[in-house]
Design a protein around this ligand. Sequence first.
Ligand code: BEZ
Ligand code: FE
Length: 289
Amino acid sequence: MSKYFTEANSEEAVIARLENCDDPRFKEVMVSAIRHLHAFVKEVEPTVEEWTQAIQFLTATGQICDNKRQEWILASDTLGISMLVDAINHRKPPGSTESTVLGPFHVEGAQELAMGSDICKDGKGEPCVVVGRVLDPDGDPVKDAILDVWQTNGDGFYDVQQPGLQPDLNLRGKFRTGADGRYWLRTVKPVSYPIPTDGPVGKMLEKMGRHAYRPAHIHFIVSAPGFEPVTTHIFLEGDEYIESDAVFGVKDSLVVPFVQKTAAETPEEETLSGPFWRADFDFGLKQES
Ligand code: BEZ
Ligand code: FE
């Protein structure tokens, strides 16, 4: 090998400089990243203008980020990387609820609410009830499981996207199961909505000829002492974007029928006065290893 960098030896020339790296995992990751990046450049053979454009995209993606906007997560999500990392890290046994992307709109500190509370504070959207149980791998109920729930309002925006317009902590709440593992909550029927498109990721999607929509869903993080927490959603069956989620988050097991009910079908404890939608979903938790 030439002692200088050449087109032919490029990756080996760079990798050789890691000989004093004393963190084996970091070294493994960097060597692989260097190999793949050099192979990518050799395959694509970008012009200097194209490479400058790529640097501008990376710069703009970083510059738009702040403590409320995370464009890098959007980039990772829309390129399928978030779901791939999630799949590698959460291989689930049958019976355990599958995970999906967290997304950028989870907020710490939602209030714990009484079972059956309505998380909708702005009255926008169609009334909806979500009902189910949290179960262990034997199918027994899990007590003291916390369901941290969040979703958009009926207009397709999270509270944090509309500060001052929506009440704080609109459509967010935590529910704790009792000995029967059961939960139920009131909300609005979820709607499909576009991920933020006013930044570089939006431009990238447009250039790729892709839409930016996520199918209607409700987010959950379900946790309980002694069990692995699961970050997931339930998706509205029949949504027009169910097979083309902009962030690849949909899994068969998470697609749920939302069934229209009349007030007369209101279960006794669920004091609803008009028609509503009902979704039934049981969460399965895996024991902590
Ligand atoms: C969300 O569902 O909140 C979401 C997920 C990924 C990217 C943008 C939004
Ligand atoms: Fe969402």
